[in-house]
Ligand binder design. Structure first.
Ligand code: URA
Length: 458
């Protein structure tokens, strides 16, 4: 057994050196004991840390990024899990992209919750002003869930470069004097000053970091307060900020679209990137990842489904499972090349109920559809399709902003709120679920017809 002692819970460099040495010495993950901080009783008896080997090996950037986040978790197994993943990746470098692999999923899950905690610290930390021997010092108390304080320090150093500040947390405190960052022991809330946060500073700080995509609308008013409310007297500003920030982002998309040959690719890429950390509703909590729209961003037709299914959730691409295969077949029969259209979903996260090992599709509710409309609106603003085709009731509700009866609205041109032409047809899953083969064949033919007719309008 080899013992590797890390300096602290977030000691990524120590972990990296320990793992590098273990891999080069051929020591498997289950032969390593990870220990954090020197144990005084063993200072003289423990195995000295192995010297960092001169030789190394390279690992993909994606792994380093993932490991740097996952290591900040409190899960005691994280060091060994990451070591195991690294060993397995040496055999199969693409393993990290395999979201179905249980180890990758587990580590992704650790990293995801850490990212959320980092964001919470940035969004909900409040400074209060103190007099520090004649110099103002801004002090904030925060209780992170994970070991994120050091990893987040750079953000606050950049944001409040010219000020003297301290962030106190139960595990560690960090202090900035405008030049140097120092560290002290953990603190208690009683060590932090009481009273109003510094309103002026808070306003500009919060407005600068505010990102609507990363917030659950309403979450600050409902869930967050349980832990953060006491620090947030300015919650009343949230609706305004959401509106303002959305307008800013929509403005960015509109500006890009207004310039032919302008930065529309970048606007789409930025939008997709934002969507990857969307927490507008709670579906992100159980889904593997956001499944964003795909296809040419100058497509004449956009197809909107309901939500990613089990396979889409794992693959990260829309319509790749059974419904997607049926969709592909029908499109080909209708003479529409799938690679020429933009395909997306009304809801970007998979909603399901876990039954044993199976994840059973669950219908998104109105709140979830409404929360996700923002993305569809921006995708439509970028792609500007001549025709947007709603596949099924959820897509139609999202595009029209109200419930519609598919049989009544189906297969005719409609005006979409906010502009553009729409077309409604059934969802491919509806066809998959029909038990009677004759009815299935008939409905399938109708679906192909709908697609064919829709394509005549572009
Ligand atoms: N069903 C959908 O609505 N969308 C997908 O991406 C897959 C299945």
């Amino acid at each position: 057994m080899r013992t590797v002692t890390l300096d602290s819970e977030d000691d990524f460099d120590g972990w990296r050196d320990g793992v590098r040495a273990a891999v080069l010495d051929g020591i498997p993950p289950d032969r390593i004991v990870w220990r954090v901080g020197a144990d005084p009783g063993e200072l003289f008896g423990s195995t000295p840390p192995p010297p960092a080997p001169a030789a190394g090996f390279s690992v993909p950037r994606a792994f380093v990024d993932l490991a740097k986040k996952a290591i900040l978790h409190t899960d005691r197994e994280r060091f060994a899990l990451l070591h195991t993943l690294l060993v397995r990746m040496r055999e199969r470098p693409s393993l990290i992209d395999d979201a179905a692999d249980p180890l990758v999923r587990r580590i992704e899950g650790l990293a995801r919750t850490v990212r959320r905690d980092i964001h919470k610290m940035r969004a909900f930390l409040r400074f209060r002003e103190m007099d520090d021997e004649g110099t103002p010092r801004f002090v904030a108390w925060f209780e992170p869930e994970f070991h994120i304080v050091r990893a987040n320090a750079g953000f606050f150093m950049d944001r409040f470069a010219a000020m003297h500040w301290s962030i106190l947390t139960p595990e560690v405190s960090i202090h900035w004097d405008g030049t140097v960052l120092t560290e002290g022991p953990g603190a208690t809330q009683a060590d932090a000053p009481d009273g109003d946060p510094v309103e002026q500073m808070w306003h500009s700080y919060y407005a600068a970091i505010f990102n609507p995509a990363r917030l659950k609308v309403g979450a600050m008013l409902k869930e967050m307060p349980r832990k953060y409310w006491k620090n947030m007297p300015e919650t009343a500003l949230v609706p305004q900020m959401i509106a303002g920030a959305q307008a800013r982002e929509a403005g960015m998309v509109a500006t890009a679209q207004a310039k032919p040959g302008g930065n529309i690719d970048a606007a789409w890429a930025a939008l997709r990137e934002e969507a990857m950390s969307c927490t507008r509703c709670s579906l992100h909590e159980q889904a593997t990842q956001t499944v964003f729209g795909e296809g040419p961003i100058d497509a004449a037709m956009m197809f909107v489904g309901e939500q990613p299914g089990d396979q889409e959730d794992l693959a990260g691409h829309p319509f790749v499972g059974p419904a997607g295969q049926l969709f592909d077949r029908a499109m080909a029969e209708a003479g529409v090349e799938r690679s020429t259209v933009y395909v997306t979903n009304a809801v970007k996260h998979f909603k399901f109920e876990q039954r044993g090992k199976r994840r059973i599709h669950a219908k998104p509710d109105t709140g979830e559809i409404t929360a996700c409309r923002w993305w569809i609106e921006q995708e439509r603003a970028i792609v500007r399709p001549k025709l947007t085709v709603a596949l099924g009731a959820t897509a139609a509700r999202s595009l029209l902003g109200k419930a519609v009866t598919i049989s009544r609205e189906r297969s005719r041109l409609i005006d979409l709120p906010g502009g553009g032409a729409g077309w409604i047809t059934v969802h491919p899953s509806f066809l998959l679920r029909l038990p009677d083969p004759a009815a299935k064949a008939e409905e399938y033919a109708r679906f192909v017809d709908d697609l064919k007719t829709a394509a005549t309008h572009v």
